[in-house]
Design a protein around this ligand. Structure first.
Ligand SMILES: Cc1cc2nc3c(=O)[nH]c(=O)nc-3n(C[C@H](O)[C@H](O)[C@H](O)COP(=O)(O)O)c2cc1C
Length: 166
């Protein structure tokens, strides 16, 4: 039986939404806006959570309301991958902090994180999504490096295929 792959995302100006749709398309999954998500959407063989970061290192607005669903989900032993959109130059000391927050909450619910992504070569100075030379998930920056996005998504999806045995 084919695996259930669900991409749940929050997006204010469309950047994270585009990435979510591209990722879902490549992996044969479904993209769900957190605004329309239900508890059942968090039960998947591979759950992929995406957010942009707003304010000064805060979750995207719709995730602020929807995060309660993540906090209530039983993710024990479940595979979870993350991706984040941010601005590593304009917000270099809070780059992708929203993704960091989702990662922390997913781990607290028992998730096994796949799809960590090397942080070498990014222009930021600080990020709560970064640890030991890796981001908790795919790091995208459509503000400064829009030309990198498609290739990064391709490579990350290949990485997920291997790590999640899709
Ligand atoms: C007012 C404002 C605040 C922002 N704050 C951050 C931030 O703290 N950290 C970050 O990495 N990006 C920050 N960004 C950049 C956005 O996350 C980025 O533009 C992203 O691509 C938006 O994606 P979306 O259209 O999916 O919401 C900010 C952008 C604006 C306009």
């Amino acid at each position: 039986m084919s695996k259930i792959i669900t991409v749940i995302y929050g997006s204010s100006t469309g950047n994270t939404e585009h990435a979510a749709q591209a990722i879902a398309g490549k992996l044969g999954g479904r993209a769900v806006n957190i605004r329309n998500a239900s508890a059942a959407d968090f039960q998947a063989d591979l759950l992929i959570l995406g957010t942009s970061t707003w304010g000064c290192g805060e979750l995207q607005d719709d995730w602020m309301n929807g995060v309660a669903l993540l906090e209530a989900a039983d993710l024990s032993g479940k595979l979870v991958a993350l991706f984040g959109l941010g601005d590593a130059v304009g917000f270099g000391d809070t780059y992708l902090n929203g993704m960091g927050e989702l990662a922390e909450k997913a781990v607290a619910r028992g998730a096994k994180i796949v799809g960590r992504w090397p942080s070498e070569g990014y222009m930021h100075s600080l990020s709560t999504a970064e640890e030991g030379g890796f981001f908790a998930g795919l790091a995208l920056d459509d503000d400064n490096e829009p030309g990198e996005t498609a290739d990064r998504i391709d490579r990350w999806c290949e990485q997920l295929r291997r790590e999640a045995a899709l």
